[in-house]
Design a protein around this ligand. Structure first.
Ligand code: RIB
Ligand code: CA
Length: 312
């Protein structure tokens, strides 16, 4: 049974790889649309980049929507220092030809969740949660109609990547994250705890580059670019492929290990705003609300990714 998904994204090289992995898996995943949000780079660029990735995959039929251009309450924080000015630095891709959809991403989310069978649509947010939170605020009835939300975001044992306490996607819009984590929807979280174990290595990147056609070399060039930041900062051999972990979970959940726990979002901390306070050891007695993933079979993940990208 194919799973219907909507990817909510701020491309971002790792977002691009997640989109490609989803488009390379049509037997398991039906991409109903891609909704873009401001995050790694401003909205105009994320909406441009998402279309460029669809065109790279030869999928100009995919509907791409622009959504919120700033967080619910805070000033937008972007991450050009990681992803480059364009958000997709690493290779020069032609400007997109396929048009953006007229409809706002939030209206597309609401209308689709109301039109599709209840529980049949999975949301895959891999950027700040502004679009998802806005949809839930504007149409509270959709909470009961969302099948599952699988997000990339947060951190506990791995701590933060944009501040000492917070991971970028949550940090950009903590109020939005608070709404999503409190919506009572079946929530799966891919935090830095697991994505920092999905590290590129030379052999893994060369396996991408060796894929016949243009997709593999493009992915290798993107990872070559954005890996420089993480290698410099963490002294690791490679960079974490954060966002594709969400799609890989949908395809092969057995590659991951996590636990169903309570996760709260800090929105008022002097130093900890945007922190996902994960009760991994279940000491609070607070109601569990998220399957928080802590481990991955990295070899299996990269084998899946390489095999699927070769299908495009
Ligand atoms: O912290 C990693 C996350 O922030 C990833 O989704 C990356 O694309 C950036 O949006
Ligand atoms: Ca992202």
């Amino acid at each position: 049974m194919r799973r219907k998904i909507i990817i909510d994204t701020d491309p971002g090289q790792d977002d691009a790889v997640a989109i490609l992995l989803a488009l390379a898996s049509p037997d398991e995943l039906e991409v109903l649309g891609i909704t873009c949000v401001a995050g790694n780079v401003p909205l105009e660029l994320t909406a441009r980049n998402a279309r460029m990735v669809c065109e790279l995959a030869g999928r100009t039929d995919i509907k791409v929507f622009a959504g919120c251009d700033r967080p619910l309450q805070r000033k937008l924080v972007t991450a050009e220092h990681v992803h480059g000015k364009s958000g997709l630095d690493g290779i020069a891709l032609p400007a997109p030809v396929m048009p953006l959809q007229e409809q706002h991403a939030v209206d597309f989310l609401i209308d689709t969740l109301r039109a599709e069978d209840s529980g049949s649509v999975t949301l895959v947010p891999i950027g700040p949660l502004t679009n998802i939170a806005t949809a839930l605020q504007r149409a509270p009835d959709i909470a009961g109609r969302i099948g599952q939300i699988v997000i990339m975001g947060g951190a506990y044992f791995e701590v933060g990547n944009i501040t000492p306490a917070a991971e970028f996607n949550i940090f950009v819009d903590p109020e939005a994250a608070e709404i999503v984590f409190g919506a009572g929807v079946d929530l799966v979280v891919m935090p830095l705890d697991v994505t920092h174990k999905a590290l590129t290595t030379r052999p893994r990147v060369e396996a991408f580059r060796a894929i016949p056609g243009k997709i593999g070399p493009a992915v290798a060039s993107w990872t070559d670019f954005f890996e420089r930041y993480d290698k410099e900062k963490y002294g690791t051999e490679g960079a974490p492929l954060h966002d594709p972990c969400t799609i890989a979970w949908l395809l092969r959940p057995e590659l991951f290990i996590g636990r169903f726990i309570n996760v709260e979002i800090e929105t008022g901390g002097a130093f900890t705003t945007g922190m996902t306070v994960a009760d991994w050891w279940r000491v609070t007695g607070r109601k569990p609300n998220a399957t928080f993933i802590g481990d991955i079979d990295a070899e299996g993940f990269f084998a899946l990714l390489t095999e699927r990208l070769a299908r495009l």
